[in-house]
Design a protein around this ligand. Structure first.
Ligand SMILES: C[S@@+](CC[C@H](N)C(=O)[O-])C[C@H]1O[C@@H](n2cnc3c(N)ncnc32)[C@H](O)[C@@H]1O
Length: 276
């Protein structure tokens, strides 16, 4: 059967209708959430209300355009493909990690993926959590865990950000604290480091990262991961390749839901995607 222009037009109309309906549902579908916000202090100021609407609007646009796909099995590890790709593409000797954990810290320490890592400075403000992560890392002298009091952003003046090849931002249990971390790192204008920001689908984090000269948003997995840099020679093409590969893998249902299986899948897949 041949495809007539009328049929093509009908398919496009159906797609547009679906996209508009998804957009509408995302924007207006969560009535309970709306009511909570109406009752909250944010609505007492016009600016707060506009900011909230802007966040919802961008989120709805992201959902329709596929930049925010369905949430991944374990939201904690969606940064992993980006870290693996950077470990393969760059000579990463020194890393500053803000917010430790079994996914990021252990990935940096893994010599298969970060073969030339000499030093990992990890800054953490939850001392019990830091102790658990140190125990998981074994007795590896390359890991220097800095347990700090209060917000991570406040401790950053003690580090020379220009001495790192990669700075990873995944700290804090509140948005405001993470925003402060991103702004503090950005304000230091690191010349050399590639900065990786987890949960980059959040509009407030993307706004906070605007002080970096270059940015790329990795959208294959949700939560998204961003990279930001000032270094003029850095090309994000390998990250883009990995993003494209994962978009396809996700559409084909090949990304495992189980976190450990997903981690293993990323570890082999990223290498293959980069090798082409
Ligand atoms: C998103 S988590 C960091 C995850 C870490 N970067 C990783 O990739 O595994 C952010 C913060 O939550 C706090 N936290 C407390 N308990 C935690 C837990 N069980 N798992 C992960 N983070 C925890 C820590 O202060 C941590 O820095």
């Amino acid at each position: 059967m041949s495809v007539t222009p009328l049929m093509t037009l009908s398919v496009q109309r159906i797609r547009l209708k679906r996209a508009l309906s998804k957009f509408h549902d995302t924007l207006f579908g969560q009535r309970r959430k709306y009511l909570r916000y109406y009752a909250s202090e944010q609505w007492n100021s016009r600016r707060g209300a506009m900011e909230w609407l802007s966040v919802r609007f961008h989120y709805a646009l992201d959902r329709v355009s596929g930049r925010v796909p369905p949430k991944s099995g374990d939201a904690y590890l969606t940064h992993m493909p980006v870290l693996l790709a950077l470990g393969r593409s760059l000579e990463v000797k020194r890393v500053l990690e803000l917010g430790c954990g079994r996914f990021s810290t252990l990935t940096f320490m893994d010599r298969d993926h970060f073969p030339v890592l000499e030093r990992l400075d990890s800054v953490e403000n939850d001392k019990d959590w830091a102790a658990q992560v140190v125990a998981l890392s074994g007795d590896d002298g390359r890991l220097n865990m800095h347990v700090v009091e209060g917000a991570v952003a406040e401790s950053l003046s003690g580090f020379d950000l220009d001495t790192y090849d990669l700075i990873f931002i995944d700290d804090a249990l509140t948005r405001d604290e993470r925003v402060r971390t991103i702004r503090t790192v950005g304000a230091a204008l690191p010349k050399h480091a590639i900065v990786v920001i987890h949960d980059y689908d959040m509009l407030v984090y993307r706004k906070a990262a605007r002080c970096f000269r270059h940015r790329y948003r990795f959208t294959a997995l949700y939560p998204n991961t961003g990279i930001a840099w000032n270094e003029p020679r850095f090309q994000p093409d390998r990250i883009e390749t990995v993003d494209r590969w994962l978009h396809q893998a996700r559409r084909d249902g090949r990304v495992p839901g189980d976190p450990d299986e997903a981690a293993a899948y990323f570890k082999t897949g990223v290498g293959d995607a980069i090798a082409g």
